[in-house]
Design a protein. Sequence first.
Length: 505
Amino acid sequence: MYRVLVLGCLVALFLAGGPAWAESPPSDAAPPAPSGSPAPKNVTTPGGSWAEGAARPGTTLTTSMTADQPIDPDSVLRAAPSGDTVRVLSPWSGSARLRYRLRTTDDPDSNWDTDNDLYAYLRLKYRDENLPGWSGSLHARLTLDLDEFGDVDGFNVFDSIWDTYDNRFNGRVFHAYANYHFCDGCISDVRFGRMWEDVGEYVTFDGVRVESSRFGSKKIGFAALVGIPYYFYDTSRSGNFIAGAQVFGNPWQGAEMGLDWTYFKNGDAVYGDQKNNLFNLTWNQRIGQTTVARVQYQHLDEEARLVRANVDSTLPNSDVVLRGFFYSLLNYQAEMVYDLDAYYWAALALEPYWTANVSASKGIGSCFDVEGGFTIRRLYKDSDIGVYNREFEQYYVAAGSYDWLIRGLSLTLSGEYWNSSDDIWTGTFDIEYRPSRTWKFVLGTDYAAYSYDLYADEERESVYSVFGRIGYRPNPRWYFDLRCRVENDDYGTYTTFDATAQFSF
């Protein structure tokens, strides 16, 4: 029954796209405002004042555009000399996506398990946040388990966290907030609702964030936030709390610096109440026109936590891009709030280590490029090596061609090798063909060999896969995507099928 329902939904979406594919280009007349729409917002610029969504006297409105012009859902009427053509679009934009996933296996030890799931995603945005007045954003997902729900006894190779809930339906709101942007004054933005924030670590919380305007030649600004942390896989919120303050600016040319202090509290953690104070310092520096460097330092409670640095440089005359990265965990990390380490409860403590990476890519003519890199990870003490604290070296290389044999045809070949207590070799080859802007076809294969050293007795597992993909975009609003992957290893064959339909507005 549920499979029929899913198929019906996909067919309905496909058929609904038919009229959209055949619709004629918009006329030169502006579309009528929808009933019940909010009152226009007044916009003031050096070119004059008018109401958003309405024309200045002597200004022509149009929504016509060519296929080469990108659609900007956040466009609003701009000041223009009399007689100029401007674009006015709805302040609302977003997308709705429906995805069906089927996974099967022929492994008799897994009882030929199958798994059917349906995912629905909604992204909704109201106005650009840099425009005066109100704006907002929403991102949500709904999951439906289409199999025999609640049958979690015994082993199922496709068991997941969704099988532990008390309902076939499971919803997630990733963010949902409203924002008010002030034209002038000491306050720039006030935001409230569920939001995510970069405070050195990405955190999601329900609360309020206030940001000041920038002051002086150094563009100094301040921000503060307060709320309750939100964890997607932890339903208990008793005693949870987050608060923080930020200062940022441009102290000299090409530089952007920021200092964050954030206080976290988990009131119902596995090992009791947890409290942490995190200080995070970032410095982004542009060097000339082709190099960008970033340095980050974190201090947790009374100890240094980590340091991170990376640099990206482009040599345009040689068509070369160089990248470097360094990261070090400076002190032993154990119990912390979920925001800073959601994996401690499973992986336990993390010992100090450092890792570095260098890579380079180069274009060869107009049809070829090649890229290679090296990564190393080392613990500061050999005695700290454990299941989740490994040392390794990783080497990788990739080569690609574009529009070489046939226009729209791309070939990519890549491989990597991980040298550790468990060695891994992988290789991938794929072909992508885009005969037009409407269609995309991908066909590829990959191979991985895992070598395990269990009690000094080597064991190897080989995994072969083939995959394919068809993408169809009849117009800028609709997109359809079909993917299939068949994977064969020493235990059996596993097949994954994905079907997606997306409508953008």
